[in-house]
Design a protein around this ligand. Sequence first.
Ligand code: UD1
Length: 420
Amino acid sequence: MKKIVINGGKRISGTIPISGAKNSVVALIPATILANDVVTLEGVPDISDVASLVEIMEIMGAKIERNLEEGRLVIDTRSVVSRPLPYGKINSLRASYYFNGALLGRFGQATVGLPGGCDLGPRPTDLHDKAFKALGAKKIQEEAEHLEVIGDSLVGTTIYMDVVSVGATINTMLAASRAKGLTIIENAAREPEIIDVATLLNNMGAQVRGAGTDIIRITGVDEMHGAQHTVIPDRIEAGTYLALAAAMGDGVIIENVIYEHLESFIAKLEEMGVGLTIREDSIEVHKSENLKSVNITSVPYPGFATDLQQPITPLLLKAKGRGSIVDTIYQKRVNHVPELARMGANISVLDDRIIYDAPNELTGSCVQATDLRAGAALVTAGIIASGTTKISNIEFILRGYDHIIEKLTAVGVDIQLIEE
Ligand code: UD1
């Protein structure tokens, strides 16, 4: 079993480069199926979710050259066939649901194992099914372990999303890119990853307009083609390291960031009293003193991201005063709380509201990463804490953080990956 061991309490300094966005690339890889040609993706992070998707694509017949040291995947989807995709690998990540939209768009049918991903409480996919049905899918059948969708002649229509959903918006864009006529998505999610996917789709010959607003118009095309695309920087990885730098940095530069993608997060850091210098594609975090507690409410983009609620929590524990975190996207995304309490934090959950009373002195402990972003929170907490922290279940962390050990070692963190 792999574990991360951190000897905490040491200040950090230097530069942390940010990799390509996990939540983009996990949609971009399935999207290449629509090209029926060769697509080159640059800036691809070396994370286990990418490895899983590459493996699934190869099962379908894709030919993939990977050079993840240079962040490149060259994906040839000309010999892909829509064969049933097994539950096992598919269930290891959430984004496998994008194979439904991509296969439906290209072949008119998909049989894909039900998605897995982090346990954040209920994660329904009813909006995905609703969109496929509206586009004309004749059969949408959910069996115990897979979803079968058949819709050989999709026709564009207007789809109102009852809830703002990243996954359902992207899946609808994928399927509608090859439908007949115009599809309009109303109440679409506006996350930067949606713009990134739309950019690749358009480079492959699709006609997607309005991505990044809450109304997206997709005019279906008969054929798409190869393209080259660079993945946007990962705003969640950037936010994780910005919070760490604010907690433990003596001057840390977070490099390869798009500031606009992080505005609501940075506004919270500034409200806490964190000193920042914003440059064109980097952010310098100054040494922080006298941090103030803040309340956080996660909402859809451009509001505070649910994915950053857990990674910022250890920083909140260094501030002075009481505060709360309310996650309106995933009310049960609180698995990091008992682990932080085990490290000495004065933090608890009351009616789906996380309450903390700080500042707290954290002490190294044996803790478990229960999901990806909870794991990131524990890494930061371990770096802040005095003594040794041993984190188990780190497979979650490796799903989304590229070269985390190397990046943190380079800024002075005493961190190791061990096999036990
Ligand atoms: C994506 C991200 C995840 C992030 C989340 C919210 C990926 C691979 N994952 O997940 O990291 O935490 O966005 O920013 O990009 N909902 C429904 N019905 C549906 C779909 C969603 O009710 O059919 C609800 C969900 O329960 C949740 C809300 O809509 O409350 C938003 O979920 P959604 O944006 O779809 O999350 P994911 O795309 O799964």
